[in-house]
Ligand binder design. Sequence first.
Ligand code: SF4
Ligand code: SF4
Length: 154
Amino acid sequence: MASGVNHPEYQRTQAEVNSYKAKLAAELSTATRGVGATAGAARQRFNELSSAFERQKVKVLGLKQQREEATLLARDTIHFSGTVAFTDPMACSACAVCVSICPYSAPRFNDKGKAEINPALCKGCGLCVASCRSGAIRLKGFDDAQIFAMIDSI
Ligand code: SF4
Ligand code: SF4
């Protein structure tokens, strides 16, 4: 069975990522050529480019996540860390900070628009927990009651 970089899903998403990178490079090239235009036109072009960049960024982030999941699923065995983060959907305000800050692409939005964390990708680093302004993320084994119990036992 094909695995890792030879996995068909990996190769498909890689090709899409490359395609988006090429489009983005073309947009940047067009914008650079437009520097000599009037200030108003340049500003409008800059706004269009910013919007296009944000749209491409969201797509590339999604594809990167799919590619990493495909790579993971292609493995014969998957090991989960005991210390993983999880979200409280009721508290999540969908700000996307955790999605953009996680170095392992573990958080993503579910179909209800709330952040969820893939335990197979989460390394338990705690970055998202510290960054979530809604207090919607916790680390298993490190909730307040458990930390206070550890402090009390000292
Ligand atoms: S950082 Fe917190 S509030 Fe923002 S999307 Fe993630 S879980 Fe939701
Ligand atoms: S704990 Fe670290 S690895 Fe896990 S989801 Fe949060 S930022 Fe990502």
